[in-house]
Design a protein around this ligand. Structure first.
Ligand SMILES: Nc1ncnc2c1ncn2[C@@H]1O[C@H](COP(=O)(O)OP(=O)(O)OP(=O)(O)O)[C@@H](O)[C@H]1O
Length: 257
């Protein structure tokens, strides 16, 4: 269940975060976050509920503004980008959110075409068809092309959601709790898909989760968010080789394959 070694370019961070601070009223959620995501890397961000994982993703994608610190994404200073440049940058990032639901009234094909037609002006019918076929093949669901989302299982819907994100060829993937609400076997299939996406699309990914099986299977590196900072960063065994009483229960109460 250990993750196979990936090709990672440690000279090329695609996301660089320095000394990031974010409070909501009196609640100091992020207290000086430093983080690099390297080209080709799967980085898992682990943390209990309410520790600020989603806030971090929103800051990276420019949906929230920090109190201080810097965020560089694909060579862009996110905090100084105008709306248009931010939109252009977001197209280079694939968001796989828990609630990124499919459109129930559209077939799988139409769901997949939607981001293409919206974001790629002048794309031809042939290019659309090729892209749809290619991402469906990537998530091993070619046979569902004419089905409605209601005819798919939870795991299949999750895969189609990932395919819809991949269709724009993102350089960075942000997965927010990719295995939430799925049975253990389907979780493992989604973890395997995350690794296949890394290899096939050469993406760099941040995977937010509190599922340790997911962390172990998909993470080249794991960063544990505790009390507003990344207190432990390393591979799975390094992160959990500690007697830190804030970390141990996290491990003890998770089911590890
Ligand atoms: N827009 C907001 N206004 C006020 N408080 C917020 C806002 N967004 C997040 N928070 C607070 O910041 C904290 C961190 O929230 P966040 O959603 O990042 O947690 P999380 O680590 O993703 O948790 P979970 O695993 O449950 O999704 C929470 O206490 C939340 O209430």
């Amino acid at each position: 269940m250990e993750k196979a070694k990936a090709q990672i370019n440690y000279d090329n961070p695609v996301i660089s975060i320095r000394n990031l601070e974010k409070s909501f009223g009196d609640y100091h959620v992020l207290r000086g976050i430093d983080l690099d995501l390297f080209q080709g890397e799967n980085l898992v961000v682990l943390g209990r509920s309410g520790t600020g994982k989603s806030v971090l993703i929103k800051l990276i994608s420019g949906l929230l503004y920090p109190d201080s610190g810097s965020i560089d994404v694909l060579g862009n200073d996110v905090l100084t980008l105008d709306t248009r440049s931010l939109q252009e940058l977001r197209i280079r990032i694939g968001f796989s959110f828990q609630n990124s639901a499919l459109y129930d009234s559209m077939t799988v094909r139409k769901n997949l075409e939607f981001p293409l037609v919206r974001n790629k002006k002048g794309i031809t019918r042939k290019e659309i068809d090729q892209s749809v076929e290619s991402v469906l093949d990537a998530v091993s669901l070619s046979q569902t092309i004419n089905q409605m989302p209601s005819e798919l299982s939870g795991g299949q819907r999750k895969r189609i959601g990932i395919a819809r994100t991949l269709i724009l060829n993102p350089e960075i993937m942000l997965y927010d709790e990719p295995t939430a609400g799925l049975d253990p076997i389907t979780c493992i299939e989604i973890n395997e898909l995350i690794n296949e996406v890394q290899q096939r699309y050469h993406t760099s990914s941040i995977i937010i989760t509190h599922d340790l099986t997911c962390a172990k299977m998909t993470g080249d590196r794991i960063a544990m968010l505790l009390d507003g900072q990344f207190q432990r960063v390393g591979n799975f065994n390094e992160v959990f080789a500690t007697s830190d009483e804030r970390v141990k229960p996290f491990y003890d109460y998770n089911f590890i394959q």
